[in-house]
Design a protein around this ligand. Sequence first.
Ligand code: CA
Length: 258
Amino acid sequence: MHTLAKTLGLLGALTATGALFAQLPQKLERGGDFSIRLVDGYYTLSGGLSGTGTFRSSAYRFEFLPNEGLDWQLRVRDLINAINSDYMLHWRTTILPNGDIQWDMNATPNECTTIRLSGQDYAFLLKRVWGRFTLRPAAIDCQLDPHGRLNRGVTVQLDEVGGDDGNYLRLEGYFLACAEVPQLLTQGHVYGLDVRGYGGGLPKSLGNVNTDCVVDDADLLQVLFNFGTNDAASDASGDGVVDDADLLIVLFNFGAEG
Ligand SMILES: [Ca+2]
């Protein structure tokens, strides 16, 4: 055991040195997902339908799409609750030269759906939805996701930068009829957005079973103490049982920092 501990310590030293130089977008990607909340904002609707109001959301969790960097997607109705569409909106990532993360979305659902106003659903032909978030990542001390959506510690905070040019949502559609009647063309604009996100850290799938931001002897002990059980928290591989596969995941990632 003494030799094993020394070997693990060496592994830890090697991987921890590498982690010091990890860039924030890479930290986010390694975390596998992030949480985001539209803390505040405003909308205007004009044309066939008009109105103004505040635009806010609860905190949501989104997984980064496999092999697509920091891209993520969500349904129209998760972005705009009033519109009852499952159409998927894909947010594509650009890492700006200064390290800010710009997510762009531009979709043309051209879908006959409904829009809810004052508790009543009306026909709505959703032609186009597009938008942008520009968020600046900053390193923070490991802490449980303040949004309460990621079941682990996070090490990166994201805040919107660039004002209304960097952060907006827009849509175009036809109100009341699923037909392109010019008088019913409605345009929506969300602006003045205050956006906050959290991510980074290390997921359970990388052996961080105790939800802090490192893979170390605490994770090793947790797997060992739960060895042979179905303890979901210690099941790094997600196959329903805590066994040597989970032990190996912890050992291979030993020393990693989120
Ligand atoms: Ca850990």
